[in-house]
Design a protein around this ligand. Structure first.
Ligand code: ACO
Length: 378
């Protein structure tokens, strides 16, 4: 038996062999299936990128058209799922609503026909199609409104913004949202992807795989950080407060949200693209004072922590983009999940292709041979 040293957070320990995406954290390069993220953000759409991730190659024009059509046809959610969601408390976090709704899909569709390509294709299409509808439906229902049915004429991202804001989206806003989905679709062996792969390795259904990954994504050290970035910007309130705020964080050894990454030691390439998208939105729809605060934070943190490799990560500018698109703060992480479903499904398929159930070991540091003490003596 090989005895390995214990590495908290499994840092630097490979959990799988994967050809889905790759990060060079020192050069700031992210690739999906070998294609640089900048190229995909410039030229692709979210559904084309999802196809690339899940099936391993860019689709032909015919393949893409049928994939888009299948997803479009499956956008409606079952009325029983909608009615179940109506019973969720309005004060509940939308990530919890999404996790429960994604898991509920498993109740409706035949389970675990994992060797059948039709089952796999169906599950991929259904999850990609239903998750945005669930996010938008919960948002409207918690305001006391009926959900807006999907709009057949609109593409994937335009339709989501339509279901969420109850009006036709501006084309630039819809394109920018689509690029955000591309940027968030996949990112190697992060916590939620690991969670998806562990769940997949038990050969359970893909709805359970996605539900467990959604639960993992929700924490503030992972997908939940973009919400906390906005809360931080609101708390800081003005550019002049940035320096004292950051100095106070450093003194308390508190983390500055939206900064730092286990892998990137330079600015996350997705943060650079998102910053550019934010600027396009501000140019068209008006400036946001929080952007000035964000830029000042980046300057100060780089000055103080750049030497340690702490730079903006994907979450730092995404919240500013989402705010300008009319997305409420507590929907930022569900929106991240809409995108990341593509990556989780790619990892689900890859895990199934050469599956071995995850069963790591541990370093036991407890007692042995203790006597059982009767309750009255404790
Ligand atoms: N602010 C201040 N210092 C930081 C930050 C930060 N955001 N991130 C890391 N550091 C410092 C730590 O204090 C530590 O310093 P030390 O060595 O002097 O003790 C050092 O950098 C290493 O930090 P770790 O927390 O050990 O790094 P790890 O790789 O475990 O964590 C993580 C990475 C969780 C992303 C961390 O940087 C963090 O908590 N950032 C803030 C939350 C955040 O933005 N999360 C989103 C990540 S991207 C995503 O999940 C989509």
């Amino acid at each position: 038996m090989i005895v390995c040293e214990f590495r908290p957070g499994l840092e630097d320990i490979p959990a799988a062999q994967s050809s889905i995406s790759d990060v060079d954290g020192h050069k700031g390069i992210l690739e999906y299936r070998g294609i640089r993220i900048e190229e995909l953000a410039e030229n692709s759409t979210f559904l084309e990128t999802a196809y690339l991730l899940i099936w391993g190659a860019l689709p032909t024009a015919d393949q893409l058209t049928s994939f888009e059509q299948e997803v479009r046809e499956h956008r409606r959610i079952k009325y029983r799922i909608r009615d179940m969601m109506k019973c969720f408390p309005e004060s509940g976090h939308p990530m919890d609503a999404l996790q429960a709704s994604a898991a509920a899909l498993g109740l409706f569709y035949s389970r675990r026909d994992l060797h059948n390509p039709i089952y796999i294709r169906d599950a991929v299409v259904r999850l990609l199609a239903n998750i945005p509808t669930m996010v938008a439906a919960f948002q409207l229902m918690r305001k006391g409104n009926d959900p807006v049915p999907p709009h057949d004429e609109l593409d994937y991202s335009g339709n989501f913004l339509y279901m969420l804001n109850e009006k036709q989206p501006d084309p630039l806003a819809a394109r920018i949202f689509d690029v955000c989905l591309i940027l968030h679709a996949e990112h190697t062996m992060n916590a939620s992807t690991f969670s998806a792969r562990v769940t997949a390795s038990t050969l359970t259904d893909p709805y359970a795989v996605v539900a467990s990954a959604v639960g993992t994504l929700g924490g503030p050290l992972h997908g939940g950080a973009n919400e906390e970035v906005i809360q931080m910007l609101e708390e800081i309130g003005s550019v002049k407060n940035v320096v004292p705020y950051i100095e106070d964080c450093l003194q308390r050894k508190a983390k500055i949200m939206g900064f730092g990454h286990r892998v990137y030691k330079v600015k996350d390439p997705r943060a650079t693209i998102l910053q550019n998208l934010a600027e396009q939105l501000f140019a068209k729809f008006g400036h946001d004072k929080y952007y000035d605060i964000a830029q000042e934070i980046e300057r100060v943190v780089e000055e103080k922590l750049g030497g340690k490799g702490i730079y903006p990560n994907v979450d730092f500018y995404s919240g500013l983009v989402y705010r300008k698109l009319g997305i409420p703060t507590d929907l930022f992480t569900p929106v991240f999940a809409i995108a990341r479903v593509a990556g989780w499904l790619a990892h689900w398929k890859e895990q199934l292709a050469e599956n071995r159930i995850f069963r790591p070991t541990q370093v036991y540091n407890g007692h042995h041979n203790l006597p059982y003490k009767p309750i009255e003596q404790r």
